[in-house]
Design a protein around this ligand. Structure first.
Ligand code: FES
Length: 231
């Protein structure tokens, strides 16, 4: 009686002239039917995984660098800081960035910017309203362009030194604070920061929608005091 020595799949292949399939059959002791079933199961599994990946991609598209995610804008120097009264769209203090659907506000440091609040109270409000204080002491915020009344795009008006919605007249200060009109609150703000290269980064996936209408005790900046009734 000859003793069968176990063979590796490679040995079996050489001895029998079979392919990889024969080798696998020999190695595992599987029938061809079982092997075929396994292959079909594996294929179906791969198709299912591919379909699930496709569905997830549709549900959670790759937003890197696009609206809905963090967007790296230009260097800080591009957004020249200004005093509140000197804001001119895309020249000083207030800059529109279409990709982020946001206005970048840049106010000069505290000795040049007059705040109605002071000390810890001011800092608490700035924090709650998503302001960013830079190392040079200047103040930044990224204001979402959409009117919080019914969603029109709000333009910045150089002639009013403020934002005025053309749809129903909601009026907002340079920092997005509510001034008058039907809007229920101040403009919403995105989180913003600076990267190591000194670029402005606006996270359009993080929106602060909780900046209430201010009253005389909670307003941060002065009211411009310019008639802005014309549309
Ligand atoms: S949508 Fe802006 S005031 Fe109505």
């Amino acid at each position: 009686m000859s003793i069968q020595t176990p063979r590796t799949p490679q040995e079996y292949e050489v001895l029998t002239g079979g392919g990889a399939e024969s080798a696998e059959v020999a190695k595992r002791g599987l029938s061809r039917r079982q092997l075929l079933r396994r292959a079909v199961g594996l294929s179906l599994g791969l198709v299912g995984a591919e379909a699930a990946y496709g569905a997830l991609t549709m549900l959670y598209p790759n937003l890197a660098g696009k609206f809905g995610a963090a967007i790296t804008l230009k260097g800080k120097d591009t957004y020249k800081g200004a005093m509140q009264k000197d804001f001119i769209l895309d020249q000083a203090g207030i800059f529109y960035e279409s990709g982020a659907k946001a206005y970048i506000m840049h106010l000069l440091p505290g000795d040049k910017t007059f705040f109605l609040l002071q000390g810890d109270t001011l800092n608490e409000f700035l924090d709650a309203q998503s302001w960013t204080v830079d190392g040079d002491g200047s103040y930044w915020a990224a204001l979402y362009q959409v009117c919080v009344h019914l969603g029109c795009k709000v333009p910045y008006r150089d002639d009013c030194n403020s934002f005025k919605c053309p749809c129903h007249g909601s009026h907002y200060n340079v920092d997005g604070e509510y001034l008058d009109g039907p809007a229920p609150r101040s403009l919403d703000r995105f989180s913003m920061s600076f990267d190591k290269a000194g670029n402005v980064v606006v996270d359009t996936g993080k929106l602060n929608q909780h900046v209430e209408r201010p009253d005389t005790g909670t307003r941060v900046l002065r009211v411009p005091g310019i008639d802005c009734s014309a549309q």
